[in-house]
Design a protein around this ligand. Structure first.
Ligand SMILES: O=C(O)CCC(=O)C(=O)O
Length: 275
């Protein structure tokens, strides 16, 4: 359970580090399940499994410049392929804390995702806000839990966050980054008064959870280290999230409700309910 200081920190920054909630053996189990999914060995399948960045880029490895095909392996709805990941989505501590952050008594899974950046070839995840990618659900007050399956540190491409940016509304089209992956605003005059785009690293230990608001600016750079960087994010909907069909999204084929109705259904399961 989060205390008042943690809730205030999230309110101010739009992100928060939680505790280490998984033991080494629990992380090992999730890693083994992930390997089975990556190898296509599970009976049930996720919604999507692909490389988000099949691009060539230069990398420095042991002092030598080499060309690599970048990879960020994204798996969407791991919970549909693996009971262990479903249990993880329903983790009682995480769900209770997300419910506190969302100020709700009910949580459903919007979707989950693995982002795996392999050693050396791991590519960047560009700066973004989550909700502008999900206009099909409203309002923009979701909270995500990001669980590290490896220590996520600067060297292997941990996420970076911009404090306070969750209060600036939809800024997605103004977001850009320099060659060091630091974000800036294309039209700074459109930012609220006093807003400053200053990114901070969000390092998360293996088994630890981090939370972020669905409007917080975030992204993660390359992994040019020899470490893997595997992260599991669960994007939770508070009880009042409704369907607003506006654009394409990989989860649309699974929607069973009508416009304006609560986004319920077997593919958006309730994982927390104290109402
Ligand atoms: O894993 C990452 O680096 C990015 C994940 C992300 O964008 C998210 O969880 O919203």
């Amino acid at each position: 359970m989060l205390n008042a200081a943690q809730l205030a920190e999230f309110e101010q920054n739009g992100f928060l580090k939680g505790d280490v909630i998984l033991s080494a053996s629990e992380v090992d189990h999730l890693r083994e399940e992930l390997d089975l999914i990556l190898e296509g060995k599970t009976v049930k399948k996720p919604v999507l499994q692909h490389n988000m960045r099949p691009e060539e880029a230069d990398a420095l490895y042991k002092g030598m410049k080499m060309s690599v095909t970048e990879k960020v392996i994204q798996i969407v709805n791991t919970w549909m392929a693996s009971d262990a990941y479903m249990q993880q989505c329903a983790h009682p501590v995480i769900c209770q804390e997300v419910a506190q952050l969302c100020k709700t008594d009910t949580l459903r899974i919007w979707h989950d995702q693995i982002q795996y950046k392999p050693p050396i070839t791991g590519g960047p995840t560009p700066w973004h806000q989550d909700h502008p990618l999900w206009p099909v659900i409203q309002p923009a007050d979701l909270v995500s839990a990001w669980i590290a399956l490896d220590d996520a540190v600067i060297e292997n491409g941990c996420m970076w966050m911009v404090p306070g940016s969750h209060k600036w509304g939809d800024q997605q089209k103004y977001m850009a980054s320099d060659d060091k992956f630091m974000p800036y605003h294309r039209q700074p005059g459109f930012l609220p008064e006093g807003a400053e785009v200053k990114a901070v690293p969000f390092e998360i230990k293996k088994g630890q959870v981090g939370y972020h608001h669905s409007l917080t600016w975030h992204g993660s750079p390359h992994n040019r280290s020899e470490m893997k960087r595997r992260g599991f994010a669960v994007h939770y909907m508070p009880g009042h999230t409704v369907y607003a069909p506006t654009s394409a999204h990989p989860m649309i084929p699974y929607v069973e409700v009508k416009e304006g109705e609560i986004m319920a259904g077997e593919h958006f399961p309730v994982v927390y309910n104290v109402g």
